[in-house]
Design a protein around this ligand. Structure first.
Ligand code: SF4
Length: 466
Protein backbone atom coordinates (compact mmCIF):
# COMPACT_ATOMS: atom_id res chain seq x y z
CA UNK A 1 0.00 0.00 0.00
CA UNK A 2 1.07 3.56 -0.55
CA UNK A 3 2.16 5.45 2.53
CA UNK A 4 -0.38 8.20 1.87
CA UNK A 5 -3.74 7.20 0.51
CA UNK A 6 -4.16 10.38 -1.49
CA UNK A 7 -1.55 13.02 -2.15
CA UNK A 8 -1.34 15.94 -4.54
CA UNK A 9 0.15 15.32 -7.96
CA UNK A 10 3.43 17.08 -7.58
CA UNK A 11 4.29 15.78 -4.12
CA UNK A 12 2.93 12.28 -4.51
CA UNK A 13 4.79 9.98 -2.15
CA UNK A 14 4.55 6.28 -2.64
CA UNK A 15 6.51 3.16 -2.05
CA UNK A 16 8.51 2.03 -4.99
CA UNK A 17 7.32 -0.86 -7.11
CA UNK A 18 3.88 -2.43 -7.27
CA UNK A 19 2.53 -4.88 -4.72
CA UNK A 20 1.22 -8.27 -5.77
CA UNK A 21 -2.28 -8.85 -4.41
CA UNK A 22 -3.07 -12.29 -5.84
CA UNK A 23 -1.27 -15.18 -7.51
CA UNK A 24 -3.35 -17.56 -9.62
CA UNK A 25 -2.94 -21.28 -8.86
CA UNK A 26 -0.75 -23.22 -11.32
CA UNK A 27 0.35 -19.97 -12.99
CA UNK A 28 3.77 -18.82 -14.11
CA UNK A 29 3.87 -16.52 -11.08
CA UNK A 30 3.27 -19.45 -8.73
CA UNK A 31 5.99 -21.45 -10.44
CA UNK A 32 8.31 -18.46 -9.82
CA UNK A 33 7.31 -18.58 -6.11
CA UNK A 34 5.85 -15.10 -6.18
CA UNK A 35 3.40 -14.40 -3.38
CA UNK A 36 0.93 -11.73 -2.37
CA UNK A 37 2.73 -8.95 -0.52
CA UNK A 38 5.84 -9.21 -2.75
CA UNK A 39 6.65 -6.08 -4.75
CA UNK A 40 7.76 -5.98 -8.37
CA UNK A 41 10.44 -3.27 -8.43
CA UNK A 42 11.84 -3.36 -11.98
CA UNK A 43 11.31 -5.13 -15.28
CA UNK A 44 14.37 -5.32 -17.57
CA UNK A 45 16.03 -2.58 -15.52
CA UNK A 46 13.08 -0.16 -15.77
CA UNK A 47 11.29 0.88 -12.57
CA UNK A 48 7.69 -0.27 -12.17
CA UNK A 49 5.31 2.22 -10.57
CA UNK A 50 2.00 0.38 -10.86
CA UNK A 51 0.35 -2.46 -12.74
CA UNK A 52 0.01 -0.40 -15.90
CA UNK A 53 3.80 -0.12 -15.98
CA UNK A 54 4.10 -3.87 -15.37
CA UNK A 55 1.67 -4.59 -18.18
CA UNK A 56 3.45 -2.20 -20.55
CA UNK A 57 6.97 -3.35 -19.75
CA UNK A 58 6.22 -7.05 -19.94
CA UNK A 59 3.89 -6.85 -22.98
CA UNK A 60 5.24 -8.92 -25.88
CA UNK A 61 8.52 -9.70 -24.02
CA UNK A 62 9.54 -13.35 -23.88
CA UNK A 63 12.80 -12.87 -21.92
CA UNK A 64 12.57 -10.82 -18.80
CA UNK A 65 14.67 -9.86 -15.81
CA UNK A 66 12.32 -9.00 -12.95
CA UNK A 67 13.54 -7.45 -9.67
CA UNK A 68 11.33 -8.44 -6.76
CA UNK A 69 11.32 -7.26 -3.15
CA UNK A 70 9.89 -10.18 -1.21
CA UNK A 71 7.46 -9.55 1.61
CA UNK A 72 10.18 -10.67 4.05
CA UNK A 73 12.58 -7.99 2.77
CA UNK A 74 14.75 -10.21 0.53
CA UNK A 75 15.61 -8.94 -2.95
CA UNK A 76 15.28 -11.45 -5.79
CA UNK A 77 16.29 -11.18 -9.40
CA UNK A 78 14.25 -13.49 -11.62
CA UNK A 79 15.39 -14.42 -15.12
CA UNK A 80 12.26 -15.49 -16.93
CA UNK A 81 11.58 -17.07 -20.27
CA UNK A 82 8.00 -17.39 -21.33
CA UNK A 83 5.85 -17.88 -24.39
CA UNK A 84 4.73 -14.59 -25.92
CA UNK A 85 1.11 -14.95 -24.83
CA UNK A 86 1.79 -16.64 -21.47
CA UNK A 87 0.07 -14.79 -18.65
CA UNK A 88 1.85 -14.34 -15.31
CA UNK A 89 -1.32 -14.98 -13.31
CA UNK A 90 -0.73 -11.95 -11.13
CA UNK A 91 -3.25 -9.53 -9.60
CA UNK A 92 -1.97 -6.22 -8.28
CA UNK A 93 -2.90 -3.59 -5.71
CA UNK A 94 -5.33 -0.90 -6.88
CA UNK A 95 -3.95 2.30 -8.34
CA UNK A 96 -4.14 5.07 -5.74
CA UNK A 97 -5.44 8.15 -7.54
CA UNK A 98 -3.49 11.35 -7.40
CA UNK A 99 -5.44 14.48 -6.56
CA UNK A 100 -6.21 17.50 -8.64
CA UNK A 101 -4.82 20.93 -7.92
CA UNK A 102 -7.98 22.82 -8.93
CA UNK A 103 -10.69 24.58 -6.98
CA UNK A 104 -13.61 24.10 -9.33
CA UNK A 105 -16.67 26.19 -8.51
CA UNK A 106 -18.92 23.17 -8.87
CA UNK A 107 -16.66 20.50 -7.37
CA UNK A 108 -18.74 17.63 -6.01
CA UNK A 109 -16.55 17.59 -2.88
CA UNK A 110 -18.02 20.96 -1.89
CA UNK A 111 -21.46 19.39 -2.10
CA UNK A 112 -20.76 16.69 0.48
CA UNK A 113 -22.02 16.83 4.04
CA UNK A 114 -19.14 17.15 6.52
CA UNK A 115 -19.62 13.61 7.79
CA UNK A 116 -19.54 11.96 4.33
CA UNK A 117 -17.20 9.02 3.83
CA UNK A 118 -13.56 10.16 3.34
CA UNK A 119 -13.52 8.57 -0.11
CA UNK A 120 -16.19 11.08 -1.25
CA UNK A 121 -13.65 13.84 -0.71
CA UNK A 122 -11.05 12.31 -3.01
CA UNK A 123 -10.46 14.73 -5.84
CA UNK A 124 -9.00 12.27 -8.27
CA UNK A 125 -7.31 13.62 -11.37
CA UNK A 126 -5.39 10.75 -12.80
CA UNK A 127 -4.62 9.98 -16.44
CA UNK A 128 -4.25 6.29 -15.57
CA UNK A 129 -7.81 6.10 -14.20
CA UNK A 130 -9.01 8.13 -17.15
CA UNK A 131 -7.66 5.46 -19.48
CA UNK A 132 -8.80 2.53 -17.32
CA UNK A 133 -12.22 3.66 -16.13
CA UNK A 134 -13.17 6.81 -18.05
CA UNK A 135 -12.60 9.17 -15.09
CA UNK A 136 -12.22 12.76 -16.24
CA UNK A 137 -9.12 14.87 -15.74
CA UNK A 138 -8.69 18.57 -16.46
CA UNK A 139 -5.07 18.19 -17.71
CA UNK A 140 -4.39 21.52 -15.98
CA UNK A 141 -1.83 20.06 -13.60
CA UNK A 142 -0.60 17.10 -15.62
CA UNK A 143 3.16 16.70 -15.22
CA UNK A 144 5.67 16.18 -18.02
CA UNK A 145 6.24 12.64 -16.74
CA UNK A 146 2.51 11.89 -16.97
CA UNK A 147 2.27 13.38 -20.47
CA UNK A 148 5.18 11.24 -21.62
CA UNK A 149 3.63 8.19 -20.05
CA UNK A 150 0.24 8.65 -21.74
CA UNK A 151 2.03 8.93 -25.08
CA UNK A 152 4.61 6.19 -24.57
CA UNK A 153 2.18 3.65 -23.12
CA UNK A 154 -0.64 4.73 -25.42
CA UNK A 155 -3.12 5.33 -22.62
CA UNK A 156 -5.89 6.12 -25.09
CA UNK A 157 -8.60 7.33 -24.96
CA UNK A 158 -8.33 10.08 -22.37
CA UNK A 159 -11.43 11.68 -20.85
CA UNK A 160 -10.92 15.42 -20.42
CA UNK A 161 -13.06 17.93 -18.53
CA UNK A 162 -12.79 20.89 -20.87
CA UNK A 163 -15.84 22.86 -19.61
CA UNK A 164 -14.99 25.82 -21.89
CA UNK A 165 -12.41 26.52 -24.56
CA UNK A 166 -12.58 30.22 -23.64
CA UNK A 167 -9.56 30.29 -21.33
CA UNK A 168 -10.90 33.06 -19.14
CA UNK A 169 -14.14 31.15 -18.50
CA UNK A 170 -12.25 27.91 -17.93
CA UNK A 171 -9.87 29.57 -15.45
CA UNK A 172 -12.87 30.98 -13.56
CA UNK A 173 -14.61 27.61 -13.42
CA UNK A 174 -11.50 25.71 -12.35
CA UNK A 175 -10.31 28.34 -9.88
CA UNK A 176 -6.84 28.43 -11.45
CA UNK A 177 -4.87 31.05 -13.38
CA UNK A 178 -5.22 31.40 -17.13
CA UNK A 179 -1.86 29.81 -17.84
CA UNK A 180 -2.90 26.61 -16.06
CA UNK A 181 -6.38 26.71 -17.55
CA UNK A 182 -5.05 26.81 -21.10
CA UNK A 183 -4.64 23.18 -22.14
CA UNK A 184 -4.62 23.74 -25.90
CA UNK A 185 -0.94 22.83 -26.29
CA UNK A 186 -1.28 19.74 -24.13
CA UNK A 187 -4.32 18.54 -26.03
CA UNK A 188 -2.58 19.11 -29.36
CA UNK A 189 0.44 17.19 -28.15
CA UNK A 190 -1.70 14.24 -27.11
CA UNK A 191 -3.73 14.26 -30.29
CA UNK A 192 -0.63 14.55 -32.48
CA UNK A 193 0.67 11.45 -30.72
CA UNK A 194 -2.50 9.56 -31.65
CA UNK A 195 -4.25 9.79 -28.27
CA UNK A 196 -8.03 10.09 -28.66
CA UNK A 197 -10.00 12.42 -26.43
CA UNK A 198 -13.55 12.36 -25.11
CA UNK A 199 -14.38 15.78 -23.68
CA UNK A 200 -16.81 16.81 -20.97
CA UNK A 201 -18.57 20.08 -20.20
CA UNK A 202 -20.24 20.57 -16.82
CA UNK A 203 -22.81 23.10 -17.88
CA UNK A 204 -23.21 25.99 -15.45
CA UNK A 205 -26.00 28.44 -16.31
CA UNK A 206 -24.77 31.98 -17.00
CA UNK A 207 -21.12 30.89 -17.02
CA UNK A 208 -20.34 28.43 -19.82
CA UNK A 209 -23.71 28.11 -21.57
CA UNK A 210 -25.05 29.93 -24.66
CA UNK A 211 -22.35 31.45 -26.88
CA UNK A 212 -19.53 30.04 -24.71
CA UNK A 213 -20.93 26.53 -25.09
CA UNK A 214 -21.37 26.94 -28.83
CA UNK A 215 -17.76 28.05 -29.17
CA UNK A 216 -16.56 25.17 -26.97
CA UNK A 217 -18.38 22.59 -29.08
CA UNK A 218 -17.21 24.10 -32.36
CA UNK A 219 -13.58 24.48 -31.20
CA UNK A 220 -13.55 20.83 -30.16
CA UNK A 221 -15.34 19.70 -33.33
CA UNK A 222 -12.48 21.22 -35.33
CA UNK A 223 -10.32 18.43 -33.87
CA UNK A 224 -12.69 15.60 -34.77
CA UNK A 225 -11.93 12.67 -35.11
CA UNK A 226 -9.06 13.00 -32.60
CA UNK A 227 -11.64 14.51 -30.26
CA UNK A 228 -14.24 11.77 -30.48
CA UNK A 229 -17.14 13.26 -28.53
CA UNK A 230 -18.27 15.90 -26.05
CA UNK A 231 -20.63 15.10 -23.16
CA UNK A 232 -22.56 18.06 -21.78
CA UNK A 233 -23.89 17.35 -18.31
CA UNK A 234 -25.72 19.77 -16.02
CA UNK A 235 -24.32 21.32 -12.89
CA UNK A 236 -25.62 19.43 -9.85
CA UNK A 237 -26.08 21.37 -6.62
CA UNK A 238 -26.61 19.74 -3.28
CA UNK A 239 -27.91 21.70 -0.33
CA UNK A 240 -24.32 22.01 0.92
CA UNK A 241 -22.99 23.82 -2.13
CA UNK A 242 -24.23 27.34 -1.58
CA UNK A 243 -21.66 29.20 -3.70
CA UNK A 244 -23.43 32.39 -4.81
CA UNK A 245 -21.61 32.36 -8.13
CA UNK A 246 -23.53 29.26 -9.22
CA UNK A 247 -27.04 29.33 -10.67
CA UNK A 248 -29.21 26.24 -10.39
CA UNK A 249 -30.28 24.35 -13.52
CA UNK A 250 -34.02 24.73 -14.16
CA UNK A 251 -36.42 22.94 -16.55
CA UNK A 252 -36.51 26.15 -18.65
CA UNK A 253 -32.74 26.21 -18.86
CA UNK A 254 -32.78 22.56 -19.97
CA UNK A 255 -35.32 23.26 -22.70
CA UNK A 256 -33.31 26.24 -23.96
CA UNK A 257 -30.14 24.15 -23.99
CA UNK A 258 -31.84 21.30 -25.88
CA UNK A 259 -32.98 23.78 -28.55
CA UNK A 260 -29.59 25.52 -28.83
CA UNK A 261 -27.50 22.38 -28.84
CA UNK A 262 -30.01 20.64 -31.12
CA UNK A 263 -29.14 23.12 -33.88
CA UNK A 264 -25.43 22.54 -33.38
CA UNK A 265 -25.96 18.76 -33.41
CA UNK A 266 -27.77 18.92 -36.77
CA UNK A 267 -24.99 21.05 -38.19
CA UNK A 268 -22.31 18.66 -36.94
CA UNK A 269 -24.13 15.54 -38.07
CA UNK A 270 -24.11 16.90 -41.60
CA UNK A 271 -20.48 17.91 -41.43
CA UNK A 272 -18.93 15.10 -39.37
CA UNK A 273 -21.45 12.28 -39.72
CA UNK A 274 -21.85 12.07 -35.93
CA UNK A 275 -23.85 13.95 -33.30
CA UNK A 276 -20.46 14.62 -31.65
CA UNK A 277 -21.85 16.82 -28.81
CA UNK A 278 -24.23 14.85 -26.60
CA UNK A 279 -26.48 16.20 -23.88
CA UNK A 280 -26.71 14.24 -20.65
CA UNK A 281 -29.97 12.35 -20.08
CA UNK A 282 -30.70 14.56 -17.09
CA UNK A 283 -31.09 17.61 -19.35
CA UNK A 284 -33.81 15.89 -21.40
CA UNK A 285 -35.63 14.49 -18.38
CA UNK A 286 -35.56 17.73 -16.43
CA UNK A 287 -36.62 19.65 -19.54
CA UNK A 288 -39.61 17.30 -19.93
CA UNK A 289 -38.32 16.07 -23.31
CA UNK A 290 -38.19 12.53 -24.64
CA UNK A 291 -34.60 11.30 -24.93
CA UNK A 292 -33.32 11.02 -28.53
CA UNK A 293 -33.54 7.84 -30.59
CA UNK A 294 -30.89 5.13 -30.62
CA UNK A 295 -29.26 6.47 -33.82
CA UNK A 296 -28.50 9.80 -32.11
CA UNK A 297 -25.99 8.12 -29.78
CA UNK A 298 -23.96 6.05 -32.26
CA UNK A 299 -21.73 3.82 -30.17
CA UNK A 300 -22.84 5.49 -26.90
CA UNK A 301 -19.35 6.99 -26.44
CA UNK A 302 -20.06 8.53 -23.03
CA UNK A 303 -22.78 6.33 -21.57
CA UNK A 304 -20.91 6.05 -18.24
CA UNK A 305 -21.34 9.82 -17.88
CA UNK A 306 -25.14 9.47 -18.07
CA UNK A 307 -25.32 10.15 -21.81
CA UNK A 308 -27.71 7.72 -23.50
CA UNK A 309 -28.36 5.50 -20.45
CA UNK A 310 -32.10 6.10 -20.61
CA UNK A 311 -32.27 5.33 -24.34
CA UNK A 312 -30.19 2.22 -23.87
CA UNK A 313 -32.39 1.10 -20.95
CA UNK A 314 -35.59 1.76 -22.91
CA UNK A 315 -34.34 -0.25 -25.88
CA UNK A 316 -33.26 -3.13 -23.66
CA UNK A 317 -36.68 -3.01 -22.01
CA UNK A 318 -38.37 -3.42 -25.39
CA UNK A 319 -36.20 -6.49 -26.00
CA UNK A 320 -37.25 -7.85 -22.62
CA UNK A 321 -40.92 -7.35 -23.48
CA UNK A 322 -40.44 -9.24 -26.75
CA UNK A 323 -38.61 -12.03 -24.97
CA UNK A 324 -41.39 -12.34 -22.39
CA UNK A 325 -44.00 -12.50 -25.15
CA UNK A 326 -42.27 -15.66 -26.39
CA UNK A 327 -42.22 -17.23 -22.93
CA UNK A 328 -45.45 -18.51 -21.39
CA UNK A 329 -45.63 -16.93 -17.90
CA UNK A 330 -46.54 -19.17 -14.98
CA UNK A 331 -48.59 -17.52 -12.19
CA UNK A 332 -47.52 -14.00 -13.21
CA UNK A 333 -49.61 -12.36 -10.47
CA UNK A 334 -47.23 -14.00 -8.01
CA UNK A 335 -44.44 -11.68 -9.19
CA UNK A 336 -44.95 -9.04 -6.54
CA UNK A 337 -42.21 -6.58 -5.61
CA UNK A 338 -40.88 -3.04 -5.43
CA UNK A 339 -38.35 -1.27 -7.62
CA UNK A 340 -36.61 1.76 -6.15
CA UNK A 341 -34.79 4.42 -8.13
CA UNK A 342 -33.96 8.12 -8.08
CA UNK A 343 -36.70 10.71 -8.64
CA UNK A 344 -35.29 11.66 -12.07
CA UNK A 345 -35.73 8.26 -13.69
CA UNK A 346 -38.71 7.02 -11.64
CA UNK A 347 -41.48 8.45 -13.89
CA UNK A 348 -39.85 6.96 -17.02
CA UNK A 349 -39.36 3.59 -15.35
CA UNK A 350 -42.90 3.63 -13.94
CA UNK A 351 -44.36 3.96 -17.44
CA UNK A 352 -42.36 0.92 -18.56
CA UNK A 353 -43.22 -1.16 -15.51
CA UNK A 354 -46.91 -0.25 -15.83
CA UNK A 355 -46.82 -1.73 -19.33
CA UNK A 356 -45.16 -4.87 -18.00
CA UNK A 357 -47.81 -5.16 -15.26
CA UNK A 358 -50.67 -4.68 -17.70
CA UNK A 359 -49.32 -7.14 -20.24
CA UNK A 360 -48.12 -9.88 -17.91
CA UNK A 361 -50.24 -9.35 -14.79
CA UNK A 362 -47.18 -8.81 -12.62
CA UNK A 363 -47.47 -6.65 -9.51
CA UNK A 364 -44.37 -4.46 -9.58
CA UNK A 365 -44.37 -0.93 -8.23
CA UNK A 366 -41.80 1.82 -8.74
CA UNK A 367 -40.83 4.00 -5.78
CA UNK A 368 -39.13 7.34 -6.42
CA UNK A 369 -36.53 7.85 -3.71
CA UNK A 370 -35.92 11.46 -2.67
CA UNK A 371 -32.31 12.28 -1.98
CA UNK A 372 -32.50 13.59 1.56
CA UNK A 373 -28.80 13.04 2.16
CA UNK A 374 -27.50 15.49 -0.45
CA UNK A 375 -30.73 17.43 -1.01
CA UNK A 376 -30.72 20.25 -3.56
CA UNK A 377 -31.42 19.11 -7.10
CA UNK A 378 -29.71 15.73 -6.73
CA UNK A 379 -32.13 13.24 -8.28
CA UNK A 380 -30.04 10.52 -9.96
CA UNK A 381 -30.16 6.93 -8.70
CA UNK A 382 -26.37 6.69 -8.34
CA UNK A 383 -26.34 9.22 -5.48
CA UNK A 384 -29.17 7.69 -3.43
CA UNK A 385 -27.95 6.61 0.01
CA UNK A 386 -28.95 3.88 2.43
CA UNK A 387 -30.80 6.25 4.71
CA UNK A 388 -32.77 7.61 1.72
CA UNK A 389 -33.94 4.05 1.04
CA UNK A 390 -34.90 3.51 4.65
CA UNK A 391 -36.93 6.74 4.57
CA UNK A 392 -39.30 5.18 1.98
CA UNK A 393 -39.58 1.85 3.80
CA UNK A 394 -43.35 2.27 4.19
CA UNK A 395 -43.75 2.23 0.37
CA UNK A 396 -42.26 -1.26 0.07
CA UNK A 397 -44.76 -3.84 -1.12
CA UNK A 398 -44.35 -7.46 -2.13
CA UNK A 399 -41.76 -10.16 -1.64
CA UNK A 400 -38.57 -8.48 -2.83
CA UNK A 401 -36.98 -5.10 -3.58
CA UNK A 402 -34.90 -4.20 -6.60
CA UNK A 403 -32.42 -1.31 -6.60
CA UNK A 404 -30.06 -0.19 -9.39
CA UNK A 405 -26.56 -1.53 -9.00
CA UNK A 406 -25.25 2.04 -9.41
CA UNK A 407 -26.50 2.77 -5.87
CA UNK A 408 -23.69 0.59 -4.55
CA UNK A 409 -19.94 1.01 -4.62
CA UNK A 410 -18.45 -0.58 -7.72
CA UNK A 411 -16.59 -3.27 -5.78
CA UNK A 412 -18.65 -3.70 -2.60
CA UNK A 413 -22.30 -3.99 -1.53
CA UNK A 414 -22.13 -0.66 0.31
CA UNK A 415 -24.17 2.51 -0.27
CA UNK A 416 -22.66 5.99 -0.53
CA UNK A 417 -23.33 6.72 3.15
CA UNK A 418 -21.58 3.51 4.18
CA UNK A 419 -24.77 1.51 4.80
CA UNK A 420 -24.43 -2.14 3.79
CA UNK A 421 -26.93 -3.93 1.56
CA UNK A 422 -27.59 -6.45 4.36
CA UNK A 423 -28.61 -3.64 6.71
CA UNK A 424 -31.19 -2.49 4.17
CA UNK A 425 -32.44 -6.06 3.72
CA UNK A 426 -32.72 -6.40 7.48
CA UNK A 427 -34.67 -3.16 7.78
CA UNK A 428 -37.05 -4.09 4.93
CA UNK A 429 -37.30 -7.70 6.07
CA UNK A 430 -36.99 -8.66 2.39
CA UNK A 431 -34.27 -9.65 -0.07
CA UNK A 432 -32.89 -6.61 -1.90
CA UNK A 433 -31.49 -7.26 -5.37
CA UNK A 434 -28.92 -4.78 -6.71
CA UNK A 435 -29.02 -5.16 -10.47
CA UNK A 436 -27.87 -3.74 -13.76
CA UNK A 437 -30.24 -4.09 -16.72
CA UNK A 438 -29.00 -7.56 -17.64
CA UNK A 439 -29.55 -8.85 -14.11
CA UNK A 440 -32.92 -7.06 -13.98
CA UNK A 441 -34.00 -8.71 -17.22
CA UNK A 442 -32.80 -12.14 -16.04
CA UNK A 443 -34.59 -11.70 -12.73
CA UNK A 444 -37.94 -10.74 -14.27
CA UNK A 445 -37.65 -13.52 -16.83
CA UNK A 446 -36.83 -16.08 -14.13
CA UNK A 447 -39.63 -14.86 -11.87
CA UNK A 448 -42.21 -15.09 -14.60
CA UNK A 449 -41.15 -18.69 -15.15
CA UNK A 450 -40.81 -19.48 -11.43
CA UNK A 451 -42.28 -16.79 -9.16
CA UNK A 452 -40.12 -17.86 -6.22
CA UNK A 453 -36.89 -17.28 -8.15
CA UNK A 454 -34.36 -14.91 -6.66
CA UNK A 455 -30.93 -13.93 -7.81
CA UNK A 456 -28.70 -15.79 -5.41
CA UNK A 457 -26.35 -13.96 -3.04
CA UNK A 458 -23.40 -14.90 -5.21
CA UNK A 459 -25.13 -13.61 -8.31
CA UNK A 460 -25.85 -10.31 -6.59
CA UNK A 461 -22.21 -9.99 -5.70
CA UNK A 462 -21.20 -10.71 -9.27
CA UNK A 463 -23.65 -8.14 -10.53
CA UNK A 464 -22.26 -5.58 -8.11
CA UNK A 465 -18.66 -6.24 -8.90
CA UNK A 466 -19.11 -6.84 -12.60
S1 SF4 B 1 -11.01 18.81 -11.09
FE1 SF4 B 1 -12.46 20.21 -10.15
S2 SF4 B 1 -14.35 19.03 -9.95
FE2 SF4 B 1 -12.70 17.58 -10.31
S3 SF4 B 1 -12.03 16.97 -8.28
FE3 SF4 B 1 -10.74 18.68 -8.89
S4 SF4 B 1 -11.73 20.50 -8.04
FE4 SF4 B 1 -13.22 18.85 -8.03
Amino acid sequence: MYEFAVTPAVTQIRRRGVEIATVAPASLAEELELQSGDRIMKVNGRPVRDYLDFRFQTGGETELVVDVRKANGEDWELNIERAEDEDFGLGFEQIVPRQCANECLFCFCKGNPDDARPSLFIRDEDVRLSFLYGNYTTLSSITEEEMNRVIEQRLTPQYVSVHATDVEVRAYLLGVDKERADISTKMSRLMNAGIEIHAQVVLCPEINDGAVLRRTIMDLAAFHPQVKSVAIVPLGLTRYNTDQRLTAVTPDFCRRTIAEVGEIQSELRQRLGTTFAFLGDEIYLRGGHAVPARAHYGEYPQIEDGVGMVRSFANEFEKLMRKLERQAPVQPHAVYGTIMTGTLFAPVLRRMIDRLNRRFATRLSVVAVDNLYFGGDVSVAGLVTGRDLLAVRSSVAGDFVIIPRTMLKSDEAVMLDGMRLEEIEESFGLPVQAVDFKAFSDLITAKLAHPGALVSGAAVTTAVAG
